[in-house]
Design a protein around this ligand. Structure first.
Ligand code: C2E
Ligand code: MG
Ligand code: MG
Length: 556
């Protein structure tokens, strides 16, 4: 019996006096003899009807309340939310396991009013014992009941072998961004709940012959005809799923990588690797971002692998160093420097941060580098102590990920103690995007650092979308505005007006402004005209080795 047909039926004529429960019961007649179980619940959450099959599936004789209690405690015991629309789980009774697929729907009357809810329950594995059970367990994931990696690979191989050659297929791979963090912050149970919900929404979205499964941790894969893959449909479905799962304190970002299958004989695992590579190439932070695989990604992935495999060795062998870029007043007099990481590679020469920072951030390793760089900066300040350079401050960068992996206050206070330096000279740059990911946590951190005597700068201010909003909660010492803000826009006049007001506003709020990326004397004049007083940029100097810096800048 197809539930759509019954629920589509018009039962509104039934009574002039509107009685939703009576309507619900009337509709339930249609499933009395159905091979699937049905449980109907009225608007007050009371079970009003269940068909014979539902009773037998839960081993209950005639007691409707007991049946609903049994069903409900099974659902809650599994940690499934009351309004989850679909799940597939094992039910155990009298030592027997059965795999039930449950769908939950609202029942509407003819004019769209909700008159109750219904659970339809399908037995998808009559018995899990014997050979079938063994095979099932080998090819399925016990948490979501989807195919596991082996099951998925086998099923895709079958699909490709048995479908006609003209049909083009894609592998769609999904990855939840920073899932490890969700597990760490909210616990494994919440993490599992999210995975099960994603699996369930996937189950609802696919068509009969599509193959899908959970490949690894938070990664799902799907094989479907290319002609049916529609970016918009996927984005919409994912937005809906994440909306259900997201709370004010955390949000989920799902990345989809798509690989178009060109050679059907290629290993399915390689196809998945490529779809995953496409996933990992995504740097944007939307709720759902999609990238298609291209061969360049393979090259980047090899580079990434190389970076990650040699990173620990490089840290231990002190291959990372700092370059200092002067920060100056309008007359060119230096007051500080930004410490920028460089990888001084024995074979490949000096590697710029653009090559490795993102890779390390993605791999959750950036905190190791940052700690190392902060320490180099602190050591440098200690070396300048008692010299005419003593007043020159050094600013260091904090990656958004550091906020989760390190106790930043403790780290910096330890450095100050260890090297006997004045915290006033070790400035801390936190990017605007880091601040906006968790404003209240950052506000607390910034205040704490200031109480400890540090100056805090908001780096890359203006590059995000909620820059202004953030300022009402964050009281930093300095805003760093990147001139790139002016270069990248299609409407420089408007950007100038905004820049002008931002500088005024920062001053009104008691913050200093450093403009970075200053490249020409015209820019300098223009910025001075706006009241900017501190600068950093190629016009004055590029980042340089500490030695060069010391030769050039003898005093603060
Ligand atoms: P950032 O913190 O905004 O640093 C400024 C970047 O702008 C530096 O690039 C600097 O060389 C560049 N720059 C300075 N003046 C000019 C100019 O006039 N024109 C142009 N076009 N660029 C200019 P760099 O050294 O390549 O660093 C890039 C980014 O990498 C940094 O941006 C920062 O976000 C990140 N980074 C560097 N070192 C570290 C580090 O130790 N830890 C972390 N987490 N990130 C770092
Ligand atoms: Mg910076
Ligand atoms: Mg910057």
């Amino acid at each position: 019996m197809n539930t759509e047909n019954i629920f589509g039926k018009n039962a509104y004529f039934y009574d002039k006096e509107y009685d939703p429960e009576a309507l619900l019961k009337l509709i339930s007649f249609g499933v009395q003899q159905d091979e699937n179980g049905y449980i109907f619940v009225n608007l007050d959450g009371r079970c009003v009807y269940a068909n014979r099959r539902a009773f037998s599936m839960f081993y209950i004789m005639d007691d409707l309340n007991l049946l609903y209690e049994t069903f409900d405690s099974w659902r809650t015991g599994l940690g499934i939310e009351e309004d989850a629309t679909s799940w597939c789980r094992i039910f155990v009774s009298a030592g027997k396991e059965r795999l039930y697929r449950v769908r939950y729907k609202r029942v509407h009357d003819e004019i769209g009013r909700i008159i109750g809810n219904v659970y339809s329950i399908q037995n998808v594995s009559d018995s899990l014992g014997g050979e079938f059970g063994e095979q099932y367990r080998l090819t399925h994931d016990s948490l979501t009941q989807l195919y596991n990696k082996e099951g998925f690979f086998g099923a895709v191989r079958n699909l490709l072998q048995n479908s006609n050659d003209d049909q083009e297929y894609v592998i769609v791979y999904s990855n939840i961004k920073d899932f490890k963090l969700i597990n760490q912050l909210f616990g494994i149970d919440k993490g599992n709940d999210i995975l099960v919900n994603i699996a369930d929404s996937l189950s609802q979205g696919v068509k009969e012959n599509d193959v899908y499964g959970r490949i690894n941790g938070d990664q799902f894969a799907l094989c479907m005809p290319k002609s049916r893959f529609d970016d918009k449909v996927f984005k919409q479905a994912i937005r809906e799923t994440t909306r259900r799962l997201t709370s004010a304190s955390y949000s989920i970002h799902i990345q989809l990588g798509v690989y178009e299958i060109k050679d059907r004989d290629m290993d399915i695992s390689l196809m998945c690797d490529r779809a995953y590579m496409a996933c990992k190439s995504i740097t944007k932070d939307g709720v759902c971002e999609i990238a298609w695989y291209s061969d360049d990604m393979l090259i980047n992935a090899l580079l990434e692998k190389e970076i990650l495999s040699s990173f620990d060795f490089a840290i231990i062998n002190r291959q990372f160093g700092i370059y200092l870029q002067p920060q100056v007043y309008a007359d060119g007099k230096v007051f500080g420097a930004e410490a920028l990481a460089r990888w001084i590679h024995p074979e490949n020469g000096i590697i710029q941060p653009g090559v490795f920072i993102d890779v390390l951030e993605k791999a959750d390793l950036i905190y190791k580098l940052d700690r190392y760089i902060w320490e180099l900066a602190a050591k440098q300040l200690a070396l300048w102590r008692g010299t005419p350079r003593e007043g020159i401050s050094i600013s260091v960068n904090v990656s958004p990920k550091d906020l989760y992996y390190l106790d930043i206050r403790e780290e910096f206070n330890n450095l100050v103690k260890k090297y006997c330096i004045n915290p006033r000279h070790l400035n801390i740059e936190i990017t605007e995007t880091a601040v906006t990911t968790d404003v209240s946590k950052c506000a607390k951190l910034i205040l704490g650092l200031q109480q400890d005597g540090f100056l805090v700068e908001i780096d890359d201010f203006g590059s995000g979308y909620s820059s202004l909003n953030m300022l009402k909660d964050i009281n930093a010492n300095i805003l760093k505005i990147d001139m790139g803000f002016l270069r990248k826009t299609e409407n420089p006049k408007r950007a100038q007006v905004i820049l002008n007001y931002t500088v005024d506003m920062a001053h009104e709020l008691g913050m200093g402004v450093i403009t970075e990326g200053v490249e020409t004397s015209e820019q300098l004049e223009f910025l001075k005209g706006m009241g900017c007083e501190m600068f950093q940029g190629y016009y004055f100097d590029r980042p340089m080795t500490v030695e060069t810096f010391e030769n050039k800048y003898k005093e603060a």
